[in-house]
Design a protein around this ligand. Structure first.
Ligand code: GLC
Length: 732
């Protein structure tokens, strides 16, 4: 990103959580004209297909029995629906058009988990702003993102959509994405409202199986799950989506304590609660409702304002009001929230979308450059033993693997209207960066099927200066409903890897996927490993730039990377237990009775916050200015970082604390700050962290937040295993 762009990031965004008396009056006046059926009509979100067809049924829209439509794209089609609402219904209330714009609309960026590796809030905000710009120009008003589900479960396919395992990082990223999506500087003049999801705790689906039960403590709910949602509300998010999962026995979408007491009364959220797809209807298979009528009753009492596709409100709510099962105030409250967002979006003044060619808005050169910058920063160098960066004089390259010349899988999950033709494969990137190199290409094996041609691949590897292996997952192996019980390399890729390694040619692995992939053999035997995730349209160029030193890797993991699936859930902010295993928890026959395994280490393959560079950084002179702060003071911490290598690089410095004693057990480390410094070789910089003591609290025994006086340890370093340590004491 250029300095100029950096300076341009002083854009503001819309806070949909801020009430405006003028709008409230307009809502009141409109509601006074509405019949009960028209009010209930606003509470239904319909799926009418992905495009307008000759047989599409617009009757519910004309009769004012629809408030929103989802998953339809394109100004022309959306205008057809909007015309039916605005010009052919009695009150002309415009529709809200919602879509899943998860990591780009047409300019597809890296998957959110990859973007999280950048730890670059400005860039993450810009990525979301670009996505929102393109979506708004094409008629979308409502983006069903950011997904802010804290997640420790790489078996769960949707880990790809979020920001990983830490609530502090997840909160900052959630804020950045809300600012970007709700930017008020879109060239089209249009506005977009975001929808943090899935409320709540969907990321804790048991065993990483999608839609599975969630059973967590009040402390985990409040200290791990809710903070990123609170952060998005504080940043002005105007809607949220209720989750599919049951939470401690009560499905989120029917959970009154969650959606009214916690969300409204405690967290102060004023916006729309939209159910997830048929999540109201799913209260029946949950065994929480006898039928859709009962499910609708549960949901409206719980506080769901808009029903995505079940039609429980459409079918039963008027009758339930008439017979006193539902207070009409619930409907009035819901409709007020829905109309408020429509007014705040300006839909009553400007309901239609200009139907035009979007070549000046989609995939602009500036957007492609920003995507490249983000993609480079999203990739994480996991290992490098003297191989990278490759010399640009490299003449013979063997490019091998099922993803070596892939133009589709790199779009990642939820790529929506992204197109394969917009992407650069790794082969494309290498041809751009080392145009004179001779590149021999071999797939070696299929992505997941039994077919393989390992011999041909090994043959070209044996004749090359370097073998670049591009391995990993297809986009369909992560994302919603795409969970894996075995998260190792799919198909015959391990066989291919070992065969190429056996040739003796230096091997570089570029790994792709929507989650951490267990690679113990690779880490033991391959000298260079770059995690490229599913990097979006600029994947190929970003990989080539990093492999050949046009850019220096800076990405850091937002998740702990398991050695084996048996370690899961594995996360850095774990509890110490009464029998902590020392070191990395490797089993010691003379220390049997400790918290570890007989057959696996406790340590991750790579820790949270980890990522290598082409240079090295040292940390020194850790100083806590006020080492005995009181409860309402702020801790000031300084540390000096030095680039001890011979190339420039960016280092994401991280600050962790540990509360040594609490009325509930406390994590061994908690992220409480991070900053990125750019340093030339040999340069040093002293940076400062400000840590409010009030941010060091936790949910106590009685379920309320508290900060206890006492001793804390503190570390600053380049990942969650940082060794440079100090301590402080919070005083009463
Ligand atoms: C899906 C997802 C949700 C998405 C919604 C609309 O099932 O759970 O994240 O926004 O339905 O597509």
């Amino acid at each position: 990103m250029t300095d100029k762009q950096e300076n341009d990031f002083t854009m503001s965004h819309i806070n949909f959580n801020q009430l405006d008396p003028a709008i409230e009056k307009r809502v009141t006046d409109l509601m006074a004209q509405m019949t009960l059926d028209e009010k209930i009509g606003q509470m239904s979100q319909l799926f009418l297909g992905k495009e307008v067809t000759p047989t599409i049924d617009l009757s519910r829209i004309r009769e004012g029995r629809a408030g929103s439509v989802l998953t339809m794209y394109g100004a022309a089609d959306l205008n057809v629906l909007q015309k039916a609402a605005v010009e052919e219904s009695r009150l002309g209330i415009p529709l809200l058009f919602g879509n899943d714009v998860i990591h780009g609309y047409r300019t597809i960026f890296p998957i959110p988990l990859a973007e999280a590796c950048s730890w670059d809030m400005d860039l993450i905000e810009e990525s979301a702003r670009i996505a929102s710009e393109e979506a708004a120009a094409d008629g979308t008003h409502w983006i069903f993102a950011p997904m802010v589900d804290t997640c420790r479960e790489p078996r769960w396919g949707r880990i790809a959509e979020g920001s990983g395992e830490d609530p502090f990082l997840g909160s900052e990223i959630g804020r950045a994405r809300v600012r970007g999506f709700q930017s008020d500087s879109h060239a089209s003049g249009k506005k977009v409202v975001s929808c943090p999801k899935h409320f709540a705790a969907y990321g804790f689906s048991e065993a990483g199986k999608d839609y599975n039960s969630v059973d967590i403590s009040e402390q985990t709910l409040r200290d791990m799950v809710l903070p990123p949602f609170q952060a998005t509300f504080d940043e002005g998010a105007g809607t949220i989506m209720s989750a599919f999962n049951d939470l401690n026995g009560v499905p989120a979408t029917g959970n009154r304590r969650l959606l009214r007491t916690i969300l409204r009364d405690e967290m102060g959220f004023n916006g729309i609660v939209l159910s997830d797809w048929n999540a109201i209807g799913e209260l029946v298979p949950h065994g929480f409702a006898a039928d859709n009528r009962h499910a609708g009753l549960r949901a409206i009492h719980a506080g769901v304002d808009m029903d995505m596709t079940t039609d429980a409100y459409e079918d039963y709510l008027a009758d339930q009001i008439a017979n006193g099962e539902v207070p009409v105030e619930y409907v009035d409250d819901a409709v007020r929230r829905i109309l408020r967002i429509k007014f705040m979006l300006g839909l009553f003044e400007d309901p239609y979308t200009v139907e035009r060619d979007h070549s000046d808005i989609f995939l602009t050169p500036a957007y492609r450059e920003t995507a490249l910058e983000m993609t480079r920063k999203s990739m994480v160098l996991l290992k490098n033993e003297g191989v990278l960066p490759l010399a640009k004089t490299t003449t013979k390259i063997a490019l091998i693997g099922p993803l070596a010349n892939d133009h589709h899988e790199i779009l990642g999950t939820w790529f929506r209207i992204g197109e394969d033709g917009d992407t650069e494969s790794v082969l494309d990137g290498l041809r751009q960066v080392v145009p004179d190199a001779e590149i021999a290409l071999a797939e070696g094996c299929h992505l997941y099927e039994d077919s393989e041609n390992v011999v041909a691949a090994a043959t070209i590897a044996a004749e090359a200066d370097v073998a670049i292996l591009v391995l990993g997952e297809g986009e369909f192996m992560s994302g919603e409903a795409h969970c894996r019980a075995d998260i190792s390399l799919p198909g015959h890729q391990q066989l291919l890897l070992e065969a190429v390694h056996a040739t003796g040619t230096p091997v570089v692995v570029v790994l792709m996927g929507g989650r951490p992939i267990t690679i113990p053999w690779m880490d033991d035997n391959v000298p260079a490993i770059l995690m490229a995730w599913h990097g979006g349209i600029r994947t190929g160029r970003a990989v080539a730039d990093l492999l050949f030193g046009n850019a220096t890797p800076s990405g850091k993991l937002p998740v702990s990377w398991p050695r084996s699936v048996g370690q899961i859930p594995i996360y850095y902010n774990y509890k110490n237990t009464g029998r902590p295993s020392d070191g990395d928890g490797t089993y010691q026959f003379n220390k049997v009775h400790y918290s570890n395994y007989q057959d696996e280490s406790n340590a991750p393959q790579y820790p949270f916050g980890y990522g290598l560079s082409y240079t090295q950084f040292s940390y020194s002179e850790l100083v806590i200015e006020n080492a005995r702060p009181s409860l309402n003071e702020t801790l000031t911490v300084r540390v000096t970082i030095t680039n001890t290598g011979d190339v420039a690089g960016d280092e994401i410095a991280q600050l962790y604390v540990r509360d040594l004693v609490g009325e509930v057990t406390r994590p061994v480390r908690e992220l409480k700050g991070f900053q990125t410094v750019s340093l030339a070789p040999g340069a040093s910089e002293t940076i400062q962290f400000e840590v409010p003591v009030q941010s060091l609290g936790f949910t106590g025994i009685d379920g309320t937040y508290l900060v206890e006086p006492g001793q804390f340890d503190l570390w600053v370093g380049g990942d969650s295993s940082a060794a440079l340590k100090s301590s402080f004491e919070v005083t009463a």
